[in-house]
Design a protein around this ligand. Structure first.
Ligand code: SAM
Length: 231
């Protein structure tokens, strides 16, 4: 079954964007995933295809209309849709590698990209949208967030990554950040590669990597470390 991504956006020309290159681009060309970027404005109101209006209660900015977003969603994804419907939102649950793994293992995703102040709350409830954040900062629109979600999922699809086992050792996969990497030259600007990596003792290398991964995780992300950590 091909993994399918449907993106609802006011800027469909932003897709595939960077996902048309490198691993994701090759996989798209090979048909390992399918992308459909749909223009929300096609469901806009009136001659000007209006998609937004002023916030109820006043305040700055504009809000994307529930009826417009719902019409775009209903046209793109049937009621019995098996794919999760995500809404990119700084208010959402922060995306984790665990959730990415689940999404990549499923049939694909439907992603709504907000603009302006966001979308009318009622459509979030009415269409069971899962709000997903890619971090505690505010982007100008959901498209770059959607690209990040897709990129993280696509590289996990079968046959997409070159070295199949590189995934197992990556940051977050074992609840740890990854150990440091080195390559040639052996000495660069007076800095050397740790001796253990050059000795050919694979058990010692594995021990060193594990302890470095633990040290870095403890120092940089204590929230990931130890019992009760988030996956
Ligand atoms: N008024 C909103 C707030 O304060 O939470 C911010 C709206 S933002 C300017 C416009 C859109 O960008 C959002 O509707 C969302 O789709 C997207 N967006 C912004 N930051 C995001 C983040 N950290 N993660 C996911 N999507 C984000």
């Amino acid at each position: 079954m091909t993994w399918r991504a449907t993106i609802l956006t006011l800027f469909p020309e932003m897709f595939p964007g960077p996902l048309g290159l490198s691993l994701a681009g090759d996989a798209l060309e090979a048909g390992r995933w399918v992308l459909e970027a749909r223009q929300i404005r096609e469901h806009g109101i009136g001659r000007h295809r209006r998609v937004d209006d002023t916030p109820a209660g006043g305040g700055p900015g504009m809000v994307m209309r529930a009826d417009v977003v719902a019409a775009a969603l209903d046209a793109a994804s049937p009621a019995e849709e098996a794919r999760p419907r995500l809404l990119m939102s700084p208010r959402g649950k922060p995306l984790t590698q665990g959730r990415v793994r689940e999404l990549a293992a499923g049939p694909g995703v439907v992603v709504v990209c907000g603009r302006f102040e966001g979308i009318d709350e009622r459509v979030i409830a009415a269409r069971s949208l899962e709000e997903v954040s890619i971090g505690d900062y505010v982007l100008s629109g959901g498209e770059i967030a959607a690209l990040a979600v897709l990129d993280a999922c696509i590289r996990l699809l079968p046959g997409v990554m070159g070295a199949e086992d590189s995934e197992a050792e990556e940051s977050f996969e074992a609840g740890l950040l990854e150990y440091p990497h080195y390559t040639r030259p052996r000495e660069w600007e007076g800095r050397t590669i740790p001796d253990v990596l050059l000795g050919g003792n694979h058990a010692a290398i594995a021990r060193w990597r594990r302890s470095e991964a633990e040290r870095i995780t403890r120092e940089r992300r204590p929230d990931l470390f130890g019992p009760g950590r988030k996956s």
